[in-house]
Design a protein around this ligand. Structure first.
Ligand SMILES: CSC[C@H]1O[C@@H](n2cnc3c(O)ncnc32)[C@H](O)[C@@H]1O
Ligand SMILES: [Zn+2]
Length: 432
């Protein structure tokens, strides 16, 4: 017998070009959306009923790049450029992280993300068993990977690669399919070419997609040319990375030719506007990428370079900064920005069953409380979500058909305990 929930009197953001919202009904059966339409569906007399009046239902937001445990370092290194920030502030602290630190840092981030309407997150970090544990317990959907920095002796490199492979083998498809995995060397500037090739081989062997940081700063591109005689896109192409389905984080500094290469190889980009602005890395060429047919999604990056995990903010930044840079108010229209935060996000992390409110998709969706001043007048809900909404508007969240936030309260995680343990973990890091 299937578990059914019928939402009536709701407004559903289906985000089609010709019809962005539907007023009416949505039926959820077990973990799937089975109907959205203006007429009451048949065969739902046995369904639990939710009155959707005053609520706007959206597909859950998809955060396609981050390092969840870095919430422990929020505010620890502000107003610095990437390399200095990594070398002088982040890496020395991260070297002290235990599995327990990663558990509580990740729980803090997942709590923030869930309450803010994110239903799928990508995470690249170390101690990934703890990240997977939080993912399993919280009910969120996670695309998880052991990231590896190869600036270490060969035996340590091998250990990290072995951990990445073991993690993928152990966790791919777990938590009722909510956890999927990818293979992830950290970046071309931290992983020697032969090490990247070993990750490409592992991705082939495991039949998994790849993820890495690339072309985040101008300095990184220049260093890549000095070290390897090629810009990062050509470098990774030669190392075989794009023979696998690939998602690149950042892609800020790209030439027209590089954009063509990415489009030709169906490489997706996770655009992280908040992090790129804060680290003064630059502004990615998102309108050009979209025009070339590249799938562009949105990520927060870690909370130490953002400094929150608010996907509404990334959607709004994506809609605004490219207008400002180009002088073209249509550079990234509101509907496109919202799709970047939902549908294109799911495509970027190679999930074809989430990211959209449509029959047959996973029941990963959120309800925003529209009975607030900033949703009035009721003109264009896409506009209101992109230019006006925020995480505090999130009333309810469902993932895989299960409700995990009700009236703004997370049902699966102990918020007070997480805030306490995360504070204690940070103080422990400072004292070691
Ligand atoms: C190997 S675990 C992930 C690793 O990535 C670091 N990191 C966090 N933010 C960024 C960024 O914007 N660019 C490159 N690397 C980043 C993090 O500190 C971890 O060491
Ligand atoms: Zn990152």
């Amino acid at each position: 017998m299937s578990r059914k929930m019928l939402i009536e009197n709701g407004t559903f953001a289906v985000l089609e070009q010709d019809q962005t919202v539907i007023d009416g009904f949505m039926l959820v059966e077990d973990d799937l959306l089975t109907y959205i339409g203006s007429e009451r569906p048949d065969h739902c007399d046995d369904a639990e009923v939710l009155d959707g009046r005053g609520l706007l239902f959206l597909s859950g937001l998809v955060n396609t790049h981050g390092h969840a445990a870095m919430s422990l370092l929020r505010g620890y290194g502000d107003d610095m450029v990437l390399q200095k920030w990594l070398q002088e502030k982040m890496w020395p602290m991260e070297a002290k992280f235990t599995g327990s630190d990663v558990y509580w840092g990740t729980a803090l981030s997942v709590l923030e993300m869930i309450k803010g309407g994110t239903t799928t997150f990508l995470d690249m970090y170390d101690h990934m068993d703890q990240v997977a544990q939080v993912t399993e317990e919280s009910g969120i959907r996670g695309v998880l990977m052991r990231g590896a920095i190869g600036l270490c002796p060969p035996e340590v490199q091998k250990q990290k690669l072995d951990e990445a492979v073991a993690f993928a083998r152990n966790w791919h498809g777990k938590a009722n399919g909510r956890i999927t995995t990818m293979i992830s060397p950290h970046a071309p500037y931290t992983c020697p070419p032969d090490y990247i090739e070993q990750f490409v081989q592992a991705a082939h062997d495991l039949d998994l997609p790849m993820h890495t940081h690339m072309s985040e700063t101008q300095a990184e591109v220049e260093q890549n040319v000095a070290d390897y005689g090629a810009r990062p896109v050509e470098h990774l192409l030669k190392l075989g990375m794009f023979s696998r389905p690939t998602l690149l984080a950042h892609g800020v500094h790209l030439t027209d030719e590089e954009i063509e290469v990415l489009a030709a190889h169906k490489v997706a980009i996770s655009h992280n506007p908040g992090s790129n602005l804060k680290l003064a890395s630059g502004v990615a060429r998102v309108p050009e990428l979209l025009k070339a047919g590249v799938t562009v999604s949105l990520g927060t990056d870690g909370a130490a370079s953002n400094n929150n995990l608010d996907m509404f903010e990334e959607i709004r930044l994506a809609a605004l900064i490219h207008k400002g840079v180009s002088g073209d108010p249509t550079a990234v229209p509101a509907l496109e920005a919202l799709r970047m935060g939902t549908e294109y996000g799911a495509q970027s992390v190679f999930l074809n069953n989430t990211g959209k409110l449509a029959a047959g998709m996973k029941a990963d969706f959120i309800a925003l409380n529209t009975e607030q001043a900033h949703f009035v007048p009721r003109t264009d809900y896409v506009s209101h979500v992109v230019y006006s909404a925020g995480p505090k508007d999130v009333e309810h969240v469902w993932v895989d058909g299960k409700q995990i936030v009700k009236h703004g309260v997370c049902l699966t995680l102990d918020e007070e305990r997480i805030r306490h343990e995360a504070q204690a973990a940070f103080e422990g890091l400072l004292s070691r």
